[in-house]
Write a protein that binds this ligand. Sequence first.
Ligand code: THU
Length: 300
Amino acid sequence: MKILWQMEVQTDPAWFSLMQAAADCALWREGIREHCAVNVRLCDDAAIQAVNREQRSLDRATDVLSFPIIRYPQGKTAGSCGRLLRTAYDDEAEACMLGDIIISVDHVLQQAAEYGHSPTREAAYLLTHGLCHLMGYDHIEEADQRRMRAMEERILSDIGCSRDGGQTVSDEALLALARAARERSYSPYSGFAVGAALLCADGRVYQGCNIENASFGLTNCAERTAVFKAVSEGEMDFVAIAIASEKTAPWPCGACRQVLNEFAPNLRVLVTWDGQVDEAPLQTLLPHGFGPKELTDGQE
Ligand code: THU
């Protein structure tokens, strides 16, 4: 999912990667095959109150507002409305525009404190809620509300934020996040797009794609993009990485094996291509690896 951000308030950068993962999982869970985009505006209470007043005649601030572009037929959601989605194709975004979501950062911080979880998780929850609305879910009737809540919970557990606090990121979700990250690959020189999704011990997922360069040699692989994003956000405890490409198994290159070994010699490595999946422990991909332990062992 392409998120077109409009940031009016300074927020923790960690919000964006989790919100991106939630958006990618929303499309995957809904079974949407089209490239989609959404406008996400992060503002303060005063700004969301003004929108609420102008658009809904409700003169009060709220946590999230969503404005869908598509009107789905009664009882249907986006996953079964591919043709309808394509009518909302936007040339500039190069994707089907689902609509606008407005989130109050004041409410994110306040509600996170109330519920006793992180603002990052609350921001991802509010985005997920808004995205479900843009995909045709609502919570007016009880049965619809149950369906919407179940969808929200699936998406949140995919990104390691389930309500029960469990680390429930499944292999399927991790593989879907790697495939979604692949869509953001910058690979104009090789045309070989790769995506990665790195699962941390605390359930968080960092996505990465390969980023090429006109100088060729400065290319960064998808796996290292994900690792560098995670480490620069303070995460170093990794349990699995999923890597996605199109036609051949994207086993990590030697440089990436070495970088992964630095942090997680016992990492599970999953690869997916052309509908197939394979897995190997990093130890078998990098036998007799050289890592931090080798530097310290024997120094006593
Ligand atoms: N590539 C990756 O992103 N990961 C790998 O493990 C192998 C190769 C990228 C780098 C380059 O942009 C393209 O694939 C072709 O080598």
